[in-house]
Design a protein. Sequence first.
Length: 309
Amino acid sequence: MLSKVLPLFSFDPQNSMERPDGHGTAFRIDPWATCATAFHVLEDLLLPNRALDGFDLKPNLRVVALEIGGIAAYGTIALPKDAWRPISGAYLPGGIHTPLTFTDPVRVHNLTELCSLRILPRQQPMGGTPFLPMALRGWQPSLGETVLALGYPGLDLTKDRKKKADHLPIETRLYASFGKIIHIQAADLASSRPWPIIRVDVEWSGGMSGGPVINAAGNVVGLVSTGTSGDTIGTATIFSGWGMATRVFGTVDPDNPGWFGCFDVFDKAGKLRGVGQSPSEVQEYANKGDFFEIRKITMNWQTQEHMDL
C-alpha cells in the first residue's frame, strides 16, 4: 500500500537544507503513474499565471511526493536518493478569482476539489504502476454506511514555522480510519464549493487531505476533503453525483473499477500485443512486428479482459 498512497511535500530548491513542508496525501489511480489528490492540498501553493489562463507554482517552490516503496520500519531510516518524486504533470481544473478592486490580489479559486497529478515511481514495474481501483459512477452513499480513509496525518505540519526542528527526522505514517456516513450533500452548481460531499463521524487529521476514501467493495469512491486535528467529523468529496470526476481522471473507466480506457494493438490472430494511452504510443509496438490493427478499448488491467469502445 505504501507504493500506492504517497505523502506530498514542498521545499525551496534554493534552500535545500531546510526541512520540507508536509501538505497532504496523493494516491495512484492507473498503471501510467497518474495520481489523485484534493485541489485544496495544492491551492495555497499556486498563483495565476500572467495570461490568467492557468496556474504556476509560487516562486522558489517545488512539490514532491515521498515514495519509500515497500519499506515499513519502526525507528529512523535513511531515505534512498530517488525517494523524492517530482510532479511530472498535472491537471488542475480550478478557476481564477479576479477582485473588483485593484488592492486585492488575483488568486486561485477551487472549483472542483479534484486534482490529477503524474508522479513517476522510483522503478516502473513491468505490469505498470500499482493503483487503487476507482468507482467514478454507480456508487451512491447511504446514511450509516462505513467507509475507510487512508492518509498521512500530521506530516510534520506546524503552524509556527519558526519552531520547526530541522534537525529531527521526518515522520510519515500511513493511517487507516473507518467511519460511518452521517450526512450526504448533493452537488450544487450554484455554490462556491459545488462538489458533492459526505460527512463521516471520524477524525481525519490534516495530512490525510487528498487521501482515498474506500467503500465496502474495496473501491475508491472519493477523497478526503477536510481533516482537522481534534475535529470529530471528517468530510470527503465523492465522485458520483456529478460529471467532473470522469473529466479529471480520464484514463479510468467510470463504470468499471480496475478498468481503463486505452489503445491496444492486436496481431492477425486477434491476440493483444501492446497497450498504451495513445495511438502513437502503441504504433511503436505495431512497427516492431506483424500486427493487424489498433483499437480503442476498455480493459481490466489485472485479467486483460477487454471490450471495444
